[in-house]
Design a protein around this ligand. Sequence first.
Ligand SMILES: [Zn+2]
Length: 490
Amino acid sequence: MFNKIGLISGVIIFCCGCSLFRKAKPVFLEADHNKSKEYASFITKEDLFNNLSVLSADSLEGRETTKPGQKKAAHFIKNFFISNNIPSPPSTNYFQKFNIGISDFKRATLVVDNDTLDIIKDFYLFGNTKDTSFSDVNVVSVGYGIIDGDYNDYLNLDVKNKVVIINEGLPESSTVSNSWQSWRKKQKLATEKGALAVITIKQDYSSSIERIAPFLLNPQMKMHKDVLAQSNMIPNFCISQQVFTDFFKVANKVSFKVDINYLADAENVLGYIEGDENKEEVLVISAHYDHIGYDNGEICNGADDDGSGTVSLMSIAKAFIEAKKNGFTNKRSILFLAVSGEEKGLFGSRYYTDNPVFPLKNTIADLNIDMVGRIDTVHTDINYIYLIGSNKISKELHNINEMVNDKFIGIDLDYTFNSDDDPNNFYYRSDHYNFAKNDIPVIFYFSGIHRDYHKPTDDIEKINFDKLHKTAKYVFFTAWELVNRESRIK
Ligand SMILES: [Zn+2]
């Protein structure tokens, strides 16, 4: 489950256009459910436990995208598919690789004459910036760094090829527009004036560094194509008034190095069970196998988030391949899509839907499983699941999923978070969203937030395997119906 609500709130308007109901007809289950019940028995608590023991072990170091633990998890899932004779989609080799651009602000250096300043303690670098390095550059103070009407901090100053020092905020008793509060606007003006870098004197360095340090200490990731549109802005270094007094008042020259942007790769892991009669139609079952890595030096094992969904996906794949081995091939095809990059911003699923292995128009639905192994603070027993998105694109999918529950599972279906005004925005916070925005029907299966969410304490000991088992079977029965019913859901 992705945590940065702010980053994705901008896309909400975009999605509204696709949330129209399609026509609903009365729904009956059409698949052979004597067989589904038989093969559901291949989903076992033992397998769920054994696979989760591997995925949530400390040796995987929290499976952070691009890190060795994520690679180990990817290989584990791939080897699971291979050892169960679950093929990769044609023309792939289980992995769908994608590039991630990383900005690691810790790699910035700033030297004043012969003094090397300490990152965090003395300075930080912030915002979009190109990689750029210069030595022994002259420094010039430009007041507040503003030109607005008659007000001009750059009057008679030549800042070309120099480092400019700028005060944060606005000059007192002037008529400059409030928009000059923006350091970005000042950075842009300094860039246009030909300066090589900005040094901003913060009014309250200590409170801003407290807020920003977690960002700076964790490299920030973006999808590769966002990185290609890298900023042409000069670096913006921030310092305190004290550091200005101690180092810059008498400074002759400044040297700096901004070499913070680099590429790394991550992979989605794909297993595929081809259908027979309608094999060109594909159901996607997705879960993200990445997690957040470390938190203050402690490993976050992500047993629930989303080890629980990943092992569910693996067990469901096993049940379907057992059926196929025994001659009960699914009518439609199934793609088991274990994605990475979810915690960084739903990257893996976005990459998949931007570069689908099977045409999106043939993708009948995405059943996404993210955090299904715990009981949240609202419920007191295991007999519930939150369903999100099921009715937003296909009422038929919603009805099938409800009927499957009535017939085979019998738990409370909780739609609290399906409301369009859910303040948590869960609909936008896991991988199904990238399918939904392409008008593909989705269901997000979720058992809710708990106090170990994104903490080092999200461990396997806290997983309720009865609940996990029940949920995995629920998704399996719904999937069985979707890939075996007479016609594709509408
Ligand atoms: Zn998460």
